[in-house]
Design a protein around this ligand. Structure first.
Ligand code: ZN
Length: 254
């Protein structure tokens, strides 16, 4: 199985290529759109492992959601600030990783780092954009960040790693779901980035299931890029139904 660094690097490279493809396809280049596509592809690249028990993915996903979601909820045209928020998020995490304890990749100290970064970003941006409502909004941001900390680990508890979430239909459903949640001109591209990043992850896991040194297949070969979980037929069927429903709804037939 590919490790976390491989997934982050792989999804990053695919994300850059995806930005290139979008420009080639006629999407006007702006840092906001490029940032959005990079962020969604990167997020997709770590999404399938978020239910892994010792996963850094969960911490990273909670981190990026904590830093961006409160702003998306409370600031008008918040998508316009993502181009600043995402680099700020990355830099702050890099800086805090130099601090003893806060350098941990998982566990309570990693979560503390997530909270510090999310609050710092949230409070600064609200102060800059809505100073008159700073007090009210900052309390809401605090509540949102805390809720995200609680909600996602619960999600992790109720899913099985390499179960339904680590499949092609789950990544299609994630993209379709994102498409329905977002609005704006480039939501199809953003949704496509999430699915593309997820498929990149599954492909990397499959590639790393090959033992290159003696050209043998490891036992995990064939389990990463799955469209169906044989031990969870009902769940697999439900997932495909969900995919179809989200896509139909996205197209506007439903
Ligand atoms: Zn994986």
């Amino acid at each position: 199985m590919a490790n976390f660094k491989t997934h982050v690097g792989g999804a990053g490279l695919v994300g850059l290529a995806y930005v290139g493809v979008s420009v080639y396809a006629g999407v006007p280049f702006t840092w906001n759109v490029a940032g959005l596509l990079l962020a969604t592809t990167w997020l997709g690249g770590i999404l399938p492992d978020m239910d892994h028990d010792t996963s850094q993915s969960l911490v990273e996903i909670i981190g990026i959601i904590s830093s961006t979601l409160p702003l998306l909820l409370f600031l008008p045209n918040a998508d316009a600030v993502l181009a600043v928020v995402i680099p700020a998020h990355i830099v702050l995490h890099l800086v805090l990783r130099q601090v003893p304890y806060l350098e941990k990749a998982t566990g309570p100290w990693a979560m503390a780092r997530v909270v510090i970064v999310a609050l710092a970003i949230g409070l600064v941006f609200i102060w800059l954009r809505r100073p008159e409502e700073f007090k009210r909004l900052s309390l809401t941001v605090l509540a949102a960040v805390v809720l995200i900390q609680i909600a996602l680990p619960i999600f992790k508890e109720i899913t099985v790693h390499r179960g339904l979430f680590h499949t092609i239909p789950a990544m299609i459903a994630a993209g379709a779901g994102l498409y329905l949640v977002l609005d704006g001109e480039y939501r199809l591209w953003a949704a496509g980035g999430l699915t593309l990043g997820g498929l990149t992850h599954l492909t990397l896991d499959e590639i790393f299931a090959v033992d290159w040194s003696n050209q043998r297949l490891k036992k995990s070969f064939g389990t990463a890029l799955s469209v169906w979980q044989p031990d969870q037929p009902l769940g697999s069927a439900a997932l495909w139904v969900l995919c179809a429903a989200l896509i139909v709804r996205g197209i506007g037939w439903g």
